[in-house]
Design a protein around this ligand. Structure first.
Ligand SMILES: [Zn+2]
Length: 267
């Protein structure tokens, strides 16, 4: 009963630093909120890298292991390809800042094993390990016919989430990386997912959008480098998937990541 009530009352939190939607004086129309078209994103300014030595950031794209390519989104997009391209875009933008040594873990048609990914990150001496995914969650219904089935759509579960493993000696470091990332993404206008449909898989950490992994995911548990997974958005959400194709979104995401990594690595 309690769980049912909580489910009903599960509404997305207002992004940090955001003001409540205002009502336009003329038309009485509320400003769009993420992920609606026109909802604003901020390009966070690059803070001065005081006490920041040059550090190595390992960027990994989820899936493409064995025959597994992750979820299929509402527009028919394949997760393994979406996140591979998002990682390459993020890497190029971070490299342009000349602030971090950026190493990309998977390109093109590469399908490295999970073990090889972890060894790669450790071999290059990475200081942070960030893996991108898109999420697939919520009450889905058939939306469009695909050559081999259906694309499903979800209407009320947008937002990003950051997953980490709290166990072991570097649990607190992983948490710091997760919290910094969620704070910066929210400050840029991305919506923290409130976790309505995570059940027992992930527990809310306390910072909006941050979740503790209870599944024991290998990429969060095994690396000796602090690692997080970013579920950038819900691939089943029609508008949010479109927003993640926009240049502005890629730029806002990259500068939020630069902000988070600078704060995490400068400590
Ligand atoms: Zn995934």
């Amino acid at each position: 009963m309690l769980a049912w009530l909580m489910l009903l009352s599960c509404t997305p939190p207002v992004a940090r630093g955001a003001t409540a939607p205002r009502v336009a004086a003329s038309g009485g129309t509320a400003e769009p909120t993420w992920p609606e078209a026109g909802a604003p994103l901020e390009i966070l300014p690059l803070r001065a890298p005081r006490n920041l030595k040059r550090k190595t950031v390992f960027l990994m794209a989820g899936h493409a292991n064995g025959a597994k390519d992750g979820n299929t989104g509402v527009h028919g997009q394949i997760e393994a390809e979406v996140v591979r391209d998002a990682v390459l875009d993020l890497a190029a933008r971070l490299e342009a800042l000349d602030r971090f040594d950026v190493v990309v873990g998977r390109r093109g048609d590469q399908r490295p094993s999970y073990g090889a990914r972890i060894r790669h990150a450790e071999r290059v001496g990475a200081d942070a390990f960030v893996e991108l995914h898109t999420d697939s969650r919520g009450a889905a219904y058939p939306w469009a016919r695909l050559p081999d089935g259906w694309a499903y759509r979800v209407d009320d579960d947008p937002g990003f989430s950051i997953l980490y493993n709290e166990g072991g000696p570097i649990g607190p470091e992983r948490r710091d990386l997760a919290v910094a990332t969620a704070e910066s993404l929210a400050a840029a206008g991305f919506l923290p997912y409130p976790g309505c449909h995570y059940g027992g898989l992930y527990d809310q950490e306390g910072t909006a959008g941050v979740f503790i992994d209870r599944r024991g995911l290998m990429m969060l548990r095994r690396p000796t480098v602090p690692s997080i997974i970013i579920e950038t958005h819900n691939a089943k959400d029609f508008e949010e998937s479109l927003r993640w194709r926009e240049e502005r979104t890629a730029e806002a995401f990259a500068m939020a990541m630069a902000d988070a990594l600078t704060r995490f690595l400068a400590d």
